[in-house]
Design a binder for this molecule. Structure first.
Ligand code: 2RA
Length: 329
C-alpha cells in the first residue's frame, strides 16, 4: 500500500501520522507531501525520517491512496490529477463535499456506498461528523424533523497559528493575530466566512452535510457556530425534534449500543462530556440527554469530540481502512 499524505506538515497532517501509527495502517511506502515552501523538510513516522516532497512528484509516484488535508484550493487543483493517475483521494476540505457525484462518508454510517469507481471521496466537516454520529441511530428509529445546533468550537479548528495566538494572548505575549479579537477571553460567533443569508460557511456545512450523509432531505438543520478559547475539541448543544415520540430510556440504550459513541451522563456526579475528556480520543461523547419539555417529540443533548481526530484524521483513515478491507484500492 503506497499512501500519500497531502498537507503532512499541518495540524491535521500531524494527527494523521499519529493515528496511522496507532492503528497500524498497512503502509509499504509513505509519501509526505506539502507545498513548495515545505519541500525538503524532514518528518518522522514510525521511527523513520521522511523528506517532504511536492505535489507533482507525488502524483507521478501513483500512490494507491492520497489523504488530503491541505485546503480547498489545493484539493480542487490536485485531487483530480491524483485521481486521473489512478489514486483514490480522501479529501478533508469542503471542496468536494456537496458535489452530486462525490460521496460524503462517515464510515459507521455510509461506508457501504463506496465502490472502486469512487476516486475522490469527501471527509465531512468536523462539527458535522460528531453531530451525525450521535443523530444517525436516533434518526433511524424516530426520524428527525428539525435540528437546532449551537457549536462551541476550539481554536484548533482554525489551525496552528490560531492556537499559538491564543496561547500568546494567555501568556500576555504579543504575537501575530489570527483573529480580529482577543480570542482567549471571548466567544466569537464567526467561524469561517459569512454567506449572503447571514449564516457562516461553518453553519451552512452543518445545515447541508447531514442530509447527504443520512441520505434524507426530509429534515432540516439550523446552526450557530461559535469559536471559544479551548485548544482542542468541539462541543455542540443539540435540540432535535423527531416525527415520532420517543422513550428516553430507549434513546440512552440506542446511544450506548452505537459503536463510536460513549454516553457520559450523570449530573449527580458532574459527569458529562467535555473537551478535556475527549482530547486525543476517537469516540463521540454524548451527555445532558433530556426531553425538551417545551415541545413534543423533542430531545436535548450535548455532544463533544476531538475535532482533529474523529472530526478529521481518524474519520479519513477509517475510510482508507474500509477501502483496503473491501479491496476497493
Ligand atoms: C473549524 N470545522 O473548526 C472548521 C474547520 N476545521 O474551523
Amino acid at each position: 500500500m503506497k499512501l500519500a499524505l497531502v498537507g503532512a506538515t499541518g495540524m491535521v497532517g500531524e494527527v494523521m501520522l499519529k493515528v496511522l501509527k496507532e492503528r497500524n495502517f498497512p503502509i509499504d511506502e509513505l509519501l509526505l507531501v506539502a507545498s513548495e515552501k515545505s519541500i525538503g523538510k524532514k518528518l518522522e513516522f514510525n521511527g523513520k525520517k521522511y523528506e517532504v516532497i511536492g505535489l507533482a512528484e507525488a502524483v507521478a509516484a501513483k500512490p494507491n491512496i492520497a489523504i488530503f488535508s491541505a485546503g480547498g484550493s489545493t484539493s480542487l487543483e490536485w485531487a483530480p490529477k491524483f485521481a486521473a493517475a489512478g489514486t483514490t483521494v480522501i479529501d478533508n476540505s469542503s471542496a468536494w463535499r456537496m458535489e452530486a457525484d462525490k460521496k460524503l462518508i462517515v464510515p459507521e454510517i455510509n461506508a457501504h456506498l463506496l465502490t472502486k469507481d469512487d476516486k475522490i471521496i469527501a471527509n465531512p466537516n468536523c462539527s458535522t461528523i460528531q453531530l451525525v454520529m450521535a443523530l444517525a441511530p436516533l434518526h433511524k428509529k424516530y426520524k428527525m424533523k428539525r435540528v437546532v445546533v449551537s457549536t462551541y468550537q476550539s481554536v484548533s479548528g482554525t489551525g496552528l497559528k490560531a492556537v499559538q495566538q491564543m496561547e500568546n494572548e494567555m501568556a500576555g505575549v504579543k504575537g501575530e493575530m489570527a483573529y480580529p479579537y482577543q480570542i482567549h477571553k471571548n466567544a466569537l460567533p464567526h467561524c469561517d466566512v459569512f454567506e449572503d443569508n447571514g449564516y457562516t460557511k461553518e453553519e451552512m456545512k452543518l445545515a447541508r452535510e447531514p442530509q447527504k450523509i443520512l441520505d434524507d432531505s426530509s429534515f432540516s438543520v439550523t446552526a450557530t457556530a461559535v469559536r471559544i478559547p479551548t485548544a482542542g475539541g468541539h462541543s455542540e448543544a443539540v435540540n432535535v425534534q423527531f416525527e415520532r415520540d420517543f422513550d428516553l430510556a430507549d434513546i440512552r440504550r440506542i446511544l450506548h449500543e452505537t459503536p463510536g459513541i460513549v454516553v457520559q451522563d450523570n449530573p449527580q456526579t458532574n459527569t458529562y462530556p467535555m473537551p478535556i475528556y475527549a482530547n486525543d480520543k476517537d469516540d463521540v461523547f454524548v451527555g445532558r440527554i433530556r426531553r425538551d419539555e417545551t415541545q413534543q417529540n423533542t430531545l436535548n443533548m450535548w455532544i463533544v469530540s476531538d475535532n482533529l481526530r474523529k472530526g478529521a484524521a481518524t474519520n479519513a483513515i477509517q475510510i482508507a481502512e474500509y477501502l483496503v478491507s473491501k479491496d476497493l484500492v
